[in-house]
Design a protein around this ligand. Structure first.
Ligand code: ZN
Length: 277
């Protein structure tokens, strides 16, 4: 029994040794081929020269995220609404990033073509030859491909929307990614505006719902507290709501000085008039 165990152990050790020696030789020869490529590869020299000629833009990150502590607001606002709202104010920045990406894309095609033309593999600036041609080609291709620049060539915006509780703990989230065509369509819709109003009803509804969604639960409590938990018009303590003094539909913002406490009836009767109580 003991004898069998000994034999078994010896076999295992021998196998491990063989594996060890195999990997040691392999890594040694890999290092040798690697050095050879680094020193003598003409393709590698070419790509380094090409890299120096090309200047690509760094594209600023245009992704967006926003969080809501009010579940109704969260449910009412889609990533598309949020992007539409942001396009109204960040249009120029996004146009600029899109233009740069477009330029990058154009230049990158040239860059790749030039690499294809000039980086011919398996040409070395030396008389030394290595035995394993396949291994040499594999390593040369790998090293050259590591030198190909990573460039942003297609424009996308990802919008993340979070639902949090009052302490900021995330309860739910939704996300969508928009490509350049979708963004251009939204931009065009945003620009079809007339004064303070937007002719495109979808765009206008998106803008209003995001503006309404800025009234967080935290803000609601603060406004109620400021107004003494009473309707500013009739003094009722029941069915209290937050009213935009200048309505959102007339360009009012969700800021403390534009918000007041009204009961449901007074809010309903006020309609879309601008009345301070
Ligand atoms: Zn009232």
């Amino acid at each position: 029994m003991i004898e069998t165990l000994k034999i078994f152990l010896i076999i295992v050790i021998v196998i491990l040794l063989i594996i060890g020696i195999y990997f040691l030789t392999k890594s040694k020869s890999t290092a040798k081929y690697r050095d050879f490529v680094l020193n003598y590869s003409i393709a590698l020299r070419e790509i380094k020269a090409i890299n120096k000629e090309y200047n690509f833009y760094n594209i600023p990150n245009c992704n967006m995220s926003n969080s809501y502590d009010n579940e109704d607001n969260y449910n009412n606002i889609s990533p598309k609404d949020y992007l539409t709202y942001q396009l109204v104010s960040s249009k120029d920045k996004i146009y600029d990033a899109m233009d740069k990406t477009f330029d990058n894309n154009h230049l990158y095609n040239q860059y790749i073509k030039e690499i294809g033309k000039k980086c011919v593999f398996n040409r070395f600036d030396t008389d030394i030859t290595l035995r394993n041609k396949e291994e040499l080609l594999r390593i040369e291709k790998k090293i050259v491909s590591q030198h190909i620049r990573k460039v942003v060539t297609d424009f996308k915006i990802t919008v993340n929307i979070y639902l949090t509780n009052l302490t900021g703990f995330c309860r739910d989230s939704k996300s969508a990614t928009f490509n350049d065509d979708e963004i251009m369509d939204l931009m065009a819709a945003v620009e079809r505006k007339n004064g303070d109003y937007y002719l495109d009803d979808d765009v206008w509804q998106s803008i209003c719902s995001v503006e309404r969604g800025k009234v967080s639960n935290k803000m609601r409590f603060e406004i109620f507290e400021r107004d003494g938990y009473r309707c500013k018009k009739c003094g009722s303590r029941d069915n209290l709501e937050i009213d935009h003094i200048i309505p959102i539909s007339k360009g009012g913002k969700s800021t403390y000085d534009n918000l007041q406490t009204l009961c449901h009836n007074c809010n309903y009767n006020k309609g879309s008039d601008t009345i301070y109580y």
